[in-house]
Design a protein around this ligand. Structure first.
Ligand code: GLN
Length: 190
């Protein structure tokens, strides 16, 4: 099957994800409506503002279609706000924001605090030989890891990169570094 990645492009850091996929030879396009999901074999939910993205999922009629492809087991990568939108529980969310509950994690919005709203670090992982250069921007903090979740990297004892079946989440922004290993890992997941 020829892979085609759909990058949810309602708000936030979607453009660099499209570029990252194309850089590793995988076709990708922006998803703003349900029609844009046709032909998509993998989905990326980018960073940005989870409250705004949640509202726009409803406005653009994408909530149900995205929930349906996730229920079908389509591989999905959620980064930062995307991680919040895939988590089963969100702390510090707005009362009107809703997540897809695709991975059994509790995440706390902006959980790395004000003084650390943005930082970069060299992050060792369970799957890559060399550390990743990880960019954290007002990142969510994982406060509970549930069933079936494999922790692929931790920061000070807290998971920041996890997988559960076809769902991969990162608290950081892999699209903002030139390193394409995480996108390749996601695109090769089967
Ligand atoms: N703090 C943002 C939110 O709650 C996420 C930040 C990001 O995606 N860089 O949605």
């Amino acid at each position: 099957m020829t892979e085609r990645v759909g990058v949810l492009a309602l708000q936030g850091a979607f453009a660099r994800h499209v570029e990252a996929c194309e850089a590793i030879g995988v076709a990708a396009h922006e998803v703003r409506t349900a029609e844009h999901l046709v032909g998509v074999t993998r989905l990326i939910i980018p960073g940005g503002e989870s409250t705004t993205m949640s509202m726009m999922l409803d406005r653009n009629g994408l909530r149900e279609p995205v929930a349906a492809v996730l229920a079908d087991g389509m591989p999905v990568l959620g980064t930062c706000a995307g991680m919040i939108l895939l988590a089963s529980q969100v702390e510090g969310g707005r009362s009107d924001q809703a997540s897809f509950e695709a991975i059994d994690l509790t995440v706390k919005r902006n959980g790395y605090g004000r003084q650390n709203q943005s930082f970069t670090m060299s992050l060792s992982t369970a799957i890559f030989d060399e550390p990743l250069h990880a960019v954290f921007i007002r990142a969510p903090r994982v406060t509970r890891v549930g069933n079936g979740v494999e922790v692929l990297a931790e920061l000070d004892g807290d998971p920041v990169f996890c997988r559960s079946a076809n769902v991969v989440v990162a608290a950081f922004h892999p699209e903002l570094s030139a390193d394409r290993r995480l996108h390749r890992y996601f695109c090769e997941l089967s």
